[in-house]
Design a protein around this ligand. Structure first.
Ligand code: IPM
Ligand code: MN
Length: 417
């Protein structure tokens, strides 16, 4: 694959040891068999836990997928594959060819996080000084390009049970329900020319290109209009059309497409105003459409409305083929190995996998209801702890999710029995 980054996925064979370790990792999930009816639909899910806390939250999401799926008569097969720093350690490249190939063959990809750090007294980001094609993060861009997932859905929802976790005023955060739709495979992250050079003064220069073509804008705008139509029919497009040519074209194309959707109310905001308004009055927003970099920034900013990035799921979708479903929080090396992180972003990503990846709406709703039920029963990880609630770790939160999915499940010590 020679993606927009001009990076190549290097052919590698995964060691046998990894393949058998994989079978170990997800074996316990396979003991869940409590479907009312025998399974009738089969799906293969490529599971890429990646680095850091990805290895803590993804097993929780896999258990939730398997149980919710089995309750809906679905037979899910999980195949674990290495990515990021874990793949660099194993085979010397961040996205092994086999990982990409099997991801392409799957029905959906469940991804943890990439970013490999070694903790020896201080936090050392290993591999970060390597050339770009050997950085863990590159795997993510290669995977997105390889699967052609150009639209990134990042919902920002304030659960009524968690309104006290917000960083904003409670009355500002209450009832917020926003869908951010971020373009993912074009724009400044991916466009050419880019690179390093030296200018006439002998000064070193790093540069990249912020560009969007009409067809790229139309592609993502169509997704956004269709989603807005199914929501509250309000679409806000965010750009910097006062300065950037790519944004000027973006605004022109979005405005033109709006004529095809008379039922959708379209507005345009500049990125700086949008950032301010997301904090000032977030309830005004329904669906937000924006480019790859503004969307990256706005989604982290918006995470502070619900109060934790540990609550934010995402989906990356193409026109066809498997989507990538991933918590927004990253590998969080400082928190890794302590069993303290919040698995709800990963579990809610599993719900998005059912909804957008497999079109299994009932299974998606089972997971979302289970999350709501666990919150009703007062369980909270450290990032969303408020007075009067019960502090639990990542594994225990996962067990409670399973209990909420099916009261017949018995769980002890992080394992299903
Ligand atoms: C995200 C991340 C990535 C992005 C990085 C890791 C490349 O920040 O998914 O939000 O900017 O797309
Ligand atoms: Mn980000």
């Amino acid at each position: 694959m020679a993606g927009a980054l001009g990076l190549h996925v290097i052919t590698t064979q995964l060691p046998i040891a990894f393949i058998s370790a994989t079978k170990q990792t997800f074996r316990r999930a396979s003991v869940i068999r409590c479907a009312a009816n025998p399974p009738n639909k089969r799906y293969t899910i490529a599971v890429l836990p990646g680095d850091g806390v990805g290895n803590e939250v993804i097993p929780v999401a896999v258990d939730a997928l398997r149980l919710a799926g089995s309750l809906e008569g679905l037979d899910l097969r999980f195949e674990e594959l290495p990515i990021g720093g874990a793949a660099l350690e194993l085979v010397g490249v961040p996205l092994p060819e086999e990982t990409l190939r099997k991801a392409k063959q799957s029905d959906a990809v469940l991804l943890g996080a990439v970013g490999w750090h070694v903790l020896i007294l201080v936090d050392l980001p290993k591999w970060d000084n390597s050339p770009k094609h050997l950085k863990p993060i590159t795997a993510l861009l290669q995977l997105r390009a390889g699967l052609e997932v150009f639209s990134n859905l990042r919902p920002i929802t304030v659960f009524p049970q968690l309104v006290d976790s917000t960083y904003l005023r409670k009355d500002t955060a209450e009832g917020v329900d926003i869908m951010i739709i971020r373009e993912l495979t074009g724009g400044i992250y991916n466009a050419h020319p880019r690179g390093f050079t030296t200018n006439e003064q002998g000064d070193e220069v790093g540069f990249c290109t912020e560009s969007y073509s009409a067809s790229e804008v139309d592609h993502i705008a169509r997704v956004a209009f269709d989603i807005a139509k199914q929501r509250r029919s309000k679409l806000c497009s965010v750009d910097k059309a006062t300065i950037l040519e790519g944004s000027m074209l973006w605004r022109k194309r979005v405005t033109a497409m709006g004529l095809e959707y008379p039922e959708v109310e379209v507005s345009h905001l500049l990125i700086d105003t949008a950032a301010m308004d997301l904090v000032r009055y977030p309830r005004q927003f329904d669906t937000i459409l924006t480019g790859v970099m503004f969307g990256d920034i706005l989604s982290d900013l918006a995470a502070m409305i619900p109060g934790s990035v540990g609550l934010l799921p995402s989906a990356a979708l193409g026109d066809s083929g498997p989507g990538i479903f991933e918590p927004v929080h990253g590998s969080a090396p400082k928190h890794y190995g302590k069993d303290t992180v919040n698995p709800l972003a990963a579990v809610l990503s599993a719900a998005m996998l059912f909804r957008y990846g497999l079109k299994e709406e009932n299974a998606a709703q089972r997971i979302e209801k289970a999350v709501s039920d666990v919150l009703d029963r007062g369980f909270r990880t450290r990032d969303i702890l408020t007075p009067g609630t019960t502090l639990v770790g990542c594994k225990r939160m996962g067990e409670e999710i399973l209990r909420s999915l099916d009261a017949r499940v018995s769980v002890s010590n992080g394992s299903l029995v």
